[in-house]
Design a protein around this ligand. Structure first.
Ligand SMILES: Nc1ncnc2c1ncn2[C@@H]1O[C@H](COP(=O)(O)OP(=O)(O)OP(=O)(O)O)[C@@H](O)[C@H]1O
Ligand SMILES: [Mg+2]
Length: 376
């Protein structure tokens, strides 16, 4: 029997828990052609959520474009990723795809092939012989043109949007701002997992995207939703789990979707078919999970400088809200000066190992936190 708990990739259908309110709110925002920043800590379910929303929009009314910016590293790859996503969203047949690509992107040379499912996919190269046209502007103007040509409304999603902060210049950010401002009929959703960066992007008056949209911080999934979801997954596969045990899981994972699914995975394995999860199994499942992750955790740990490790030990051991620059903390965890701690915080933030939260810092990976504590 297949383990019903999935973690890692995008989840949909039966593996997708709740988010009814969020789905409705995002749909409404898209219908109103809003510009929205959706952000949260890593693996909280942004991609799964937005993909569900896009799937559920009526096809005859909406043209939906989803662009993952993760693999992009500058203006050129941004342009190519957008061109590919727009063309594929607009055309379902190979001929139409080629035609669309040629009509819209005069300087790009398209070639079309079929993927494993027989669906046409397009790749672009640059036509070096053609004179330089402002390609980026051309691309960014496309959603509005497409909306008109197809007689549909358009929604464009940029996933992993914080990636554009890695680009050499802020030209993409600047042009994006000016073009979305004029596209009053097109909805834009910007998703990002490094929430401090995303916040900085639209709350810092020095940045091009400053206040160019409303913000939508995605939250955890509450226990009442997990209760039904987890219980059902067990019963459907001939196993049982009590409400109290589910509460204990949620306390441990704080209802974070990825960590909840990740913990339920070994828990389901430990429970025999026809049996019921016993209270002590959560500890067993946690140990199993930490064992399986320990190689990755150890690698990460060993790659960190001494002060970063000391700081992490302190954050993991202390209650949430701990002031890491207080003299007591610095002394207790042998960090020396507050500038040492400052440097460590900056490095760990950059590596995404910690996150800023309400005037303090946290280790978002619940299991890494447990692993650090288990090492002391
Ligand atoms: N609504 C949900 N119901 C159940 N599990 C979910 C849900 N949303 C997310 N998950 C769990 O979280 C994992 C990560 O989801 P997803 O990739 O959508 O998050 P993300 O926020 O886009 O992550 P990243 O920050 O890495 O981009 C999934 O593999 C799944 O285990
Ligand atoms: Mg994602």
């Amino acid at each position: 029997m297949r383990n019903p708990f999935q973690y890692g990739g995008v989840v949909s259908g039966e593996s997708f828990c709740n988010r009814t309110k969020e789905v409705a709110e995002l749909k409404r925002a898209i219908e109103n052609a809003e510009k929205l920043f959706v952000y949260s800590e890593r693996r909280l379910g942004k991609t799964s959520l937005i993909r569900k929303v896009l799937r559920e929009l009526p096809k005859e009314e909406f043209l939906t474009v989803y662009i993952d910016l993760w693999p992009t590293d500058g203006e050129t790859s941004f342009v190519l990723a957008c061109a590919k996503a727009f063309s594929e969203a607009m055309a379902t047949t190979t001929d139409k795809l080629l035609q669309t690509a040629k009509t819209f992107f005069s300087r790009l040379v398209p070639s079309v092939s079929a993927n494993d499912d027989g669906k046409p996919v397009v790749t672009f190269g640059f036509d070096q012989k053609r004179p330089d046209v402002p390609l980026l502007e051309e691309i960014l103007a496309m959603p509005a043109q497409a909306a008109e040509k197809e007689g549909k409304r358009v929604v464009v999603v940029f996933d992993e949007f914080q990636q554009i902060l890695e680009y050499e210049s802020d030209v993409v950010e600047r042009l994006l701002r000016s073009s979305i401002q004029h596209q009053t009929d097109v909805a834009y959703v910007f998703c990002g997992s490094r929430k401090h960066l995303i916040r900085q992007m639209f709350m810092d008056s020095q940045r091009p995207m400053y206040r160019s949209g409303s913000h939508y911080p995605l939250g955890l999934i509450t226990e009442d939703h997990w209760q039904g979801f987890i219980a059902e997954k067990f019963t459907e596969t001939g196993k049982r789990i009590g409400a109290e045990t589910i509460s204990a899981i949620c306390r441990l994972t704080e209802g974070h979707p990825f960590y909840t699914q990740h913990l339920c995975h070994p828990l389901w394995e430990l429970c025999e078919t026809g049996g019921e999860v016993k209270p002590g199994m959560i500890d067993q499942a946690t140990t199993l999970l930490l064992d399986r992750e320990s190689y990755a955790f150890m690698n990460l740990w060993e790659s960190l400088p001494r002060n970063s490790r000391r700081l992490l030990k302190g954050i993991a051991a202390e209650a949430p809200g701990i002031q890491v620059f207080s003299s007591e903390f610095l002394r207790k965890y042998q960090l020396g000066s507050s500038s040492n701690a400052q440097r460590a915080v900056e490095q760990l933030l950059k590596k995404d190992v910690i996150d800023k939260e309400e005037g303090s810092v946290v280790i978002p990976d619940r299991f890494f936190r447990l692993w650090i504590n288990s090492k002391q």
